[in-house]
Ligand binder design. Sequence first.
Ligand SMILES: Nc1nc2c(ncn2[C@@H]2O[C@H](COP(=O)(O)OP(=O)(O)OP(=O)(O)O)[C@@H](O)[C@H]2O)c(=O)[nH]1
Ligand SMILES: [Mg+2]
Length: 334
Amino acid sequence: MIEKYCKGCGIKLQDGNVLDEGYTTSLENDICQRCFRMKNYGEYQTVTKSNEEYIKILKSIQNTKDLVLYIVDILNLDQDLTEIRKFIDNKIMLVVNKRDVLPKSIKEKKIIDYIKNRTDDFEDIVIISSEKNYNIDLLLNKIKYYQITNNVYVVGKTNSGKSTLINKLLKNYSTNTQELTISPMPSTTLDKITIPLNEHLTLIDTPGLVDNGNILNFLSTNDLKKVIPKKEIKPKVYQMKKNQCIVIHNLIRIDYFGESKNNFVVYVSNDLKVKRYNATKCQVLKDLNKKTYNINHYEDIVINGLGFVKITDKCQIDVYIDQKIDVYTRKSLI
Ligand SMILES: Nc1nc2c(ncn2[C@@H]2O[C@H](COP(=O)(O)OP(=O)(O)OP(=O)(O)O)[C@@H](O)[C@H]2O)c(=O)[nH]1
Ligand SMILES: [Mg+2]
């Protein structure tokens, strides 16, 4: 019998066991039941994946000359910019996705320079929005320019928008009507999927690298919907005084102890409530893990998967958050 793979997520189709991955009622179908439910009913069924598969795929790319598109979420830039070089030395183009969630006023050159100051690992850097079809023409032209073989791999962390980008490229430039499954949950794509765009270009979608410290792994479906920005983020500005704190939704609390006034600008989804309290009286979220950070002039405190807070002046802050979520500081991105 011929083996058949799901056209939505790449998993091998089977009609034997409804509880196993890749189940479909009939092998005549092109997609598995999980993809069918996500596409038609928005019913999400999470799959917990290990990173072994991802690393195996990256290692297989290493043996080729194929161009790699490394997709990163603009809200989640820093930590992994050079990580990919541990696995492959192919030509890599960095594709910064979800431009639409940051304010239009932000200069893209600033973001590109910020990345270039950290690494010279990439052939090129492109800022796009797959969802809003922004800079997709530019990206395709660059792919054509840098590609060596027909195959171009699309890799990156889970949820960065790899499948959304491929769907957009298919829709814009191909007669191929295949549509990959996309979802706000991590680990939507389960295996490698080869998708011919035209006779000169074949895109290969991959399952994302699971990012264990991302806040999205720890949220209810309801909170997930609020945390993922759907529109351009409207930054919220707070002039902080000594002993004040801000609380973002029920997720994170930041206490400020500096002697003089300081500006905190919060870049998170507009659907999240941000409140300011007197830190000495307020008990909210104090049961979470506390960590103290020394902030320098113009630095961001980044909460993996949530967004960031830009802080103007040097100071010390206490952050209360679930211990499993990565929090780090960086030079201000914008
Ligand atoms: N705002 C915004 N959201 C996007 C954009 N591109 C993708 N998304 C959203 O990001 C989420 C993840 O998209 P996917 O395409 O499934 O991401 P993926 O990288 O293929 O994820 P895995 O298959 O799990 O590795 C979905 O909710 C998309 O709607 C974009 O340009 N802007
Ligand atoms: Mg995907």
